[in-house]
Design a protein. Structure first.
Length: 159
Protein backbone atom coordinates (compact mmCIF):
# COMPACT_ATOMS: atom_id res chain seq x y z
CA UNK A 1 0.00 0.00 0.00
CA UNK A 2 1.26 3.49 -0.92
CA UNK A 3 0.93 6.04 1.80
CA UNK A 4 0.55 9.75 1.01
CA UNK A 5 4.08 10.42 2.27
CA UNK A 6 5.48 7.68 0.03
CA UNK A 7 3.56 9.08 -2.98
CA UNK A 8 4.96 12.57 -2.40
CA UNK A 9 8.49 11.16 -2.02
CA UNK A 10 8.11 9.19 -5.28
CA UNK A 11 6.79 12.26 -7.11
CA UNK A 12 9.70 14.38 -5.84
CA UNK A 13 12.17 11.70 -6.92
CA UNK A 14 10.73 11.56 -10.47
CA UNK A 15 10.74 15.37 -10.75
CA UNK A 16 14.34 15.54 -9.52
CA UNK A 17 15.44 12.90 -12.03
CA UNK A 18 13.68 14.80 -14.81
CA UNK A 19 15.35 18.04 -13.80
CA UNK A 20 18.81 16.37 -13.66
CA UNK A 21 18.26 14.74 -17.07
CA UNK A 22 17.12 18.03 -18.61
CA UNK A 23 20.12 19.84 -17.13
CA UNK A 24 22.47 17.20 -18.52
CA UNK A 25 21.04 16.44 -21.95
CA UNK A 26 19.08 19.47 -23.18
CA UNK A 27 20.69 22.53 -24.82
CA UNK A 28 20.70 25.40 -22.38
CA UNK A 29 20.93 23.09 -19.38
CA UNK A 30 17.19 22.71 -18.87
CA UNK A 31 16.63 26.45 -18.89
CA UNK A 32 13.93 27.92 -21.03
CA UNK A 33 15.66 28.86 -24.27
CA UNK A 34 13.87 30.99 -26.83
CA UNK A 35 14.78 30.33 -30.43
CA UNK A 36 16.00 33.39 -32.23
CA UNK A 37 14.44 33.41 -35.68
CA UNK A 38 15.43 36.99 -36.47
CA UNK A 39 17.86 37.62 -39.30
CA UNK A 40 21.46 37.90 -38.23
CA UNK A 41 22.70 41.41 -37.58
CA UNK A 42 24.01 43.08 -40.70
CA UNK A 43 26.89 45.50 -40.30
CA UNK A 44 26.66 48.97 -41.80
CA UNK A 45 29.21 49.74 -44.46
CA UNK A 46 30.66 52.90 -45.91
CA UNK A 47 32.24 52.40 -49.34
CA UNK A 48 33.24 54.67 -52.21
CA UNK A 49 31.68 53.68 -55.54
CA UNK A 50 32.39 54.88 -59.07
CA UNK A 51 30.60 54.04 -62.29
CA UNK A 52 31.81 50.72 -63.71
CA UNK A 53 34.41 50.64 -66.42
CA UNK A 54 36.88 47.86 -67.05
CA UNK A 55 37.61 47.46 -63.33
CA UNK A 56 34.51 45.92 -61.79
CA UNK A 57 35.45 45.53 -58.16
CA UNK A 58 33.30 48.16 -56.40
CA UNK A 59 31.20 50.16 -58.84
CA UNK A 60 27.72 50.93 -60.18
CA UNK A 61 26.68 49.07 -63.36
CA UNK A 62 23.24 50.69 -63.54
CA UNK A 63 20.40 51.65 -61.22
CA UNK A 64 19.79 48.08 -60.01
CA UNK A 65 23.14 46.28 -60.46
CA UNK A 66 26.43 46.91 -58.68
CA UNK A 67 29.77 45.31 -57.96
CA UNK A 68 30.76 45.31 -54.29
CA UNK A 69 34.14 43.94 -53.24
CA UNK A 70 34.36 41.92 -56.47
CA UNK A 71 30.87 40.43 -56.15
CA UNK A 72 28.19 41.17 -58.76
CA UNK A 73 24.93 42.11 -56.97
CA UNK A 74 21.47 42.43 -58.53
CA UNK A 75 19.42 44.62 -56.23
CA UNK A 76 16.04 42.99 -55.80
CA UNK A 77 12.49 44.29 -55.40
CA UNK A 78 12.89 47.03 -58.00
CA UNK A 79 13.92 47.57 -61.61
CA UNK A 80 15.38 50.59 -63.38
CA UNK A 81 15.48 51.45 -67.09
CA UNK A 82 18.27 49.97 -69.19
CA UNK A 83 21.04 52.23 -70.50
CA UNK A 84 21.06 50.79 -74.06
CA UNK A 85 19.77 52.35 -77.29
CA UNK A 86 17.85 49.33 -78.64
CA UNK A 87 15.30 49.08 -75.87
CA UNK A 88 11.60 49.90 -75.61
CA UNK A 89 11.91 53.49 -74.37
CA UNK A 90 14.60 54.69 -76.76
CA UNK A 91 16.70 57.72 -75.82
CA UNK A 92 14.27 58.78 -73.08
CA UNK A 93 14.80 55.43 -71.35
CA UNK A 94 18.57 55.73 -71.73
CA UNK A 95 18.50 59.20 -70.15
CA UNK A 96 16.33 57.94 -67.27
CA UNK A 97 18.66 54.96 -66.81
CA UNK A 98 21.63 57.31 -66.46
CA UNK A 99 19.73 59.41 -63.89
CA UNK A 100 18.82 56.28 -61.89
CA UNK A 101 22.44 55.08 -61.96
CA UNK A 102 23.74 58.50 -60.89
CA UNK A 103 21.22 58.67 -58.05
CA UNK A 104 22.20 55.20 -56.79
CA UNK A 105 25.85 56.30 -56.93
CA UNK A 106 25.01 59.43 -54.91
CA UNK A 107 22.97 57.48 -52.34
CA UNK A 108 25.65 54.85 -51.74
CA UNK A 109 28.55 57.31 -51.61
CA UNK A 110 26.78 59.74 -49.27
CA UNK A 111 25.45 57.22 -46.73
CA UNK A 112 26.38 54.16 -44.75
CA UNK A 113 24.30 51.16 -45.78
CA UNK A 114 23.62 47.50 -45.09
CA UNK A 115 23.61 44.65 -47.58
CA UNK A 116 21.60 41.45 -47.25
CA UNK A 117 21.99 38.71 -49.85
CA UNK A 118 19.56 35.94 -50.75
CA UNK A 119 20.52 33.57 -53.55
CA UNK A 120 21.32 34.17 -57.21
CA UNK A 121 19.43 35.21 -60.32
CA UNK A 122 19.50 33.35 -63.64
CA UNK A 123 22.61 35.30 -64.72
CA UNK A 124 24.61 34.21 -61.66
CA UNK A 125 24.39 37.58 -59.91
CA UNK A 126 23.89 37.53 -56.16
CA UNK A 127 20.46 38.88 -55.21
CA UNK A 128 20.74 41.61 -52.60
CA UNK A 129 18.87 44.31 -50.73
CA UNK A 130 20.69 47.48 -49.78
CA UNK A 131 19.22 49.62 -47.03
CA UNK A 132 20.10 53.14 -45.99
CA UNK A 133 18.79 54.02 -42.56
CA UNK A 134 16.58 50.93 -42.73
CA UNK A 135 15.03 51.93 -46.10
CA UNK A 136 15.47 49.85 -49.24
CA UNK A 137 17.29 51.96 -51.86
CA UNK A 138 14.76 50.61 -54.38
CA UNK A 139 11.95 52.32 -52.46
CA UNK A 140 13.87 55.59 -52.62
CA UNK A 141 14.39 55.30 -56.38
CA UNK A 142 10.73 54.33 -56.93
CA UNK A 143 9.52 57.33 -54.90
CA UNK A 144 11.77 59.61 -56.95
CA UNK A 145 10.37 58.30 -60.26
CA UNK A 146 13.58 56.53 -61.28
CA UNK A 147 12.48 52.89 -60.90
CA UNK A 148 9.51 50.53 -60.76
CA UNK A 149 8.56 47.78 -58.32
CA UNK A 150 9.84 44.37 -59.44
CA UNK A 151 8.48 42.04 -60.70
CA UNK A 152 4.94 43.43 -60.73
CA UNK A 153 5.55 47.10 -61.54
CA UNK A 154 4.58 48.58 -64.89
CA UNK A 155 7.47 49.50 -67.22
CA UNK A 156 6.11 53.03 -67.65
CA UNK A 157 9.25 54.26 -69.42
CA UNK A 158 8.38 52.07 -72.43
CA UNK A 159 5.24 54.06 -73.27
Amino acid sequence: MITPALGVAALLAVCTLGWVAADTYLPGGGQIVQAAHAAPAVAERRVHFSMCGRNRHTCIVDGDTIWLDGQNLRLQSYDTPEPYNDICGGQAEVALAHRASARLLDLLNANSFTVQTSGQDRYGRVLATIRIGGRDVGDILIEEGLARRWPDGHEWWCE
